[in-house]
Design a protein around this ligand. Structure first.
Ligand SMILES: [Fe+2]
Length: 305
């Protein structure tokens, strides 16, 4: 007989695109204490050094490990260092979580995870609409797109009949009209749907899937499509309204965490403004101060889907 199983349901938190700004996720993890957090791509895996366990940059990823209970899994979005991610896959394979650091795992395209008796399939990738403003090999990688050979390989290696939940960065093309509606976009404005069309090949081969989580579009929506029992959950980017979903949490609770965080940010901004106004004019000197040097932006902070 097998050993006694832990039957307690795990609390699972889904988090929208973080874009390497982890302060909100840290806050949400501390407030909600999930067992597992799943980021739906555009996590912001740009540099290995940002995730080293000895990291000391305030507010950076290591802070989220304070609760010491949440395991974080992310699929790749378009805004990641795909060269580094490919190196990880070459070393460890693409079928299971790849450990980045304590309690942080990359989920390659075609990797699966079992949670609460349900089997999750992760398939990242999407198009950067701002790629012309990015530097190939540094802040943009052609590997961002989900290709047909990748999907065919997933079909060969993964038993799709057993998948219950999908986690992707973008949506299969069957959902594009709903996404465009939520984002107030016209379909012919899109610069291409290669990844969406290839996800569609999977969508048509997943009889058990009822929940499909994705991000990328920086808006939130819940929708279904005709002749399908899949519930699509589109997550906004963090820290904005609709960037969290969860198993084991009420919608109200999640919305409260999102709102409280934004209120906290607003209060901090107001306090900083009040402090700046309180400085007597003479203390500023007579000459116009030179503009502070703008620090180099992290590539992911440049915006764009
Ligand atoms: Fe994205």
């Amino acid at each position: 007989m097998a050993g006694k199983k832990d039957t307690k349901k795990k609390k699972v938190l889904f988090v929208g695109d973080t874009h390497a700004e982890f302060a909100f996720m840290n806050y949400a993890l501390k407030e909600l204490k999930p067992d597992v957090a799943i980021v739906v791509g555009d996590f912001g895996y740009w540099r290995k050094s940002d995730f080293e366990e000895s990291g000391t940059e305030p507010g950076y990823f290591f802070d989220s490990l304070v609760n010491d209970q949440t395991k974080v899994y992310f699929c790749d979005g378009n805004h990641e260092n795909h060269k580094l991610l490919r190196e990880l896959v070459a070393e460890h394979g693409s079928d299971k979580p790849i450990r980045i650091r304590k309690r942080l795992y990359y989920m390659p395209r075609g990797s699966t995870l079992k949670l609460n008796g349900k089997r999750y399939l992760f398939v990242g990738g999407a198009l950067s609409i701002d790629k012309e403003f990015r530097e190939p090999g540094k802040t943009w990688f052609p590997e961002e797109l989900l290709t047909e050979p990748e999907v065919k390989a997933i079909m060969k290696t993964v038993d799709l009949d057993k998948i219950d939940v999908m986690v992707t960065h973008t949506v299969p093309s069957v959902g594009i009209d709903d996404v465009c509606k939520a984002c107030q976009l016209q379909r012919d404005w899109l610069l291409g749907t290669v990844s969406e069309d290839n996800l569609q090949l999977l969508f048509e081969r997943l009889p058990r899937v009822r929940d499909w989580y994705f991000g990328h579009w920086h808006q939130t929506a819940e929708f279904t499509v005709p002749r399908s029992r899949v519930n699509f959950h589109m997550l906004n980017m963090t820290p904005y309204e609709g960037c969290l979903r969860g198993k084991g949490y009420s919608k109200k609770r999640l919305a409260r965490v999102e709102k409280e965080y934004m209120e906290r940010l607003e209060a901090e901004a107001a306090a900083a403004e009040a402090e700046a106004e309180a400085v007597p004019e003479e203390a500023l000197g007579s000459e116009t101060p030179e503009a502070a040097e703008v620090p180099a932006e992290k590539p992911e902070a440049a915006g764009g889907l």
